[in-house]
Each structure stands twice: as structure tokens, then as C-alpha cells.
Ligand binder design. Structure first.
Ligand SMILES: [Zn+2]
Length: 163
């Protein structure tokens, strides 16, 4: 077995630049871009995209568009319309979610409303009561069914709500 000599770290091969999968919520195009890029432009529709991730804290009520990943941690809630690249719900989500990549619902999670996503993984115990469309998200839905505006939207002010 080969072991590095003491006091000498293993030699790492040059790392390829980190790449992230980006899904354009405007036209549905999927492309890959540097994970370090702070701003991107969709090569198909040329719309500017901000590749951010977002973690919900407290109770969020409103619409949220995020190119990257959205997490609702345990005990946290979101109610509204969500467009994002990946979505993990460990808390409570009520609304409509359109996700270009995978959705993961953990055992404690509650999800109600409608979900369209590329793939869905549910832990035993996860509660899901929603219309679901699962499969390729490479094409955008008809505008009529999207009906949430085409541009990324700022996050509204948080506010408590009672389900
Ligand atoms: Zn696009």
C-alpha cells in the first residue's frame, strides 16, 4: 500500500473548476456554469440570472425566485410561490413550487399545494398533499399556468401566518 511519507501531504491533482447546474426559470434551459460566477446569462434567452441559494428562516410568506437551491429547515415555514433550481423541505411548505432539479422532502416535512419538478425524493413519513408533475423541466410551462411573472423577484417581507 502506498502511503505518503510523514510530514509530506499527498499530492493533489489539479482540481477541475467547480461547476454548477443552472436552470433558467425564464425559458427552461439547463446549462452548466462556474460555481464561482456571481452573475450569469442564460445562453438561450440571454436573461441575466443571479445564481444564489436561499435558506428560509422563520415564516416566509411571499413569492421567491432563486436560481440555486432553497432549503426550508425543520420548524420553518414558507407559504407562497417558489421557483428554484433545487428544493429541500424539512419544514412546512404551502403553495406552488416549480423546481428545475431535484426536490427532497424529509421525514418531518409537510408539503401542500402544487409541485412541478425534475425529480422527487420523499422520506418515509413525509406528508405530501399536492398536485405533482414530475419529469423533465427542460421546457417552460405555458405562461398561463406559470402566472408568476418572468423576472426574478425580490423576497417579500416575512410575516407570520397560521395554517
Ligand atoms: Zn433562459
Amino acid at each position: 500500500m502506498l502511503r505518503p511519507a510523514l510530514g509530506q501531504g499527498p499530492l493533489l491533482p489539479p482540481q477541475p473548476p467547480a461547476v454548477r447546474r443552472v436552470w433558467c426559470p425564464d425559458c427552461g434551459h439547463v446549462f452548466h456554469a462556474s460555481a464561482k460566477a456571481l452573475s450569469l446569462r442564460c445562453p438561450r434567452c440571454t436573461h441575466a440570472l443571479a445564481p444564489s441559494d436561499y435558506q428560509v428562516t422563520g415564516s416566509l410568506r411571499g413569492d421567491l425566485t432563486v436560481i440555486g437551491r432553497v432549503d426550508i429547515p425543520s420548524q420553518m415555514r414558507m407559504q407562497g410561490r417558489l421557483i428554484c433550481g433545487e428544493f429541500t423541505n424539512q419544514g412546512q411548505f404551502i403553495g406552488q413550487a416549480r423546481v428545475g432539479g431535484p426536490v427532497e422532502l424529509t421525514a418531518e416535512s409537510q408539503t401542500r399545494g402544487a409541485i412541478a419538478c425534475h425529480s422527487l425524493r420523499m422520506a418515509p413519513g413525509a406528508k405530501l398533499r399536492a398536485k405533482a408533475a414530475i419529469g423533465s423541466m427542460d421546457e417552460p410551462p405555458p405562461r398561463a399556468s406559470l402566472s408568476m411573472g418572468s423576472r426574478p423577484r425580490a423576497i417579500g417581507p416575512s410575516e407570520d401566518y397560521h395554517a
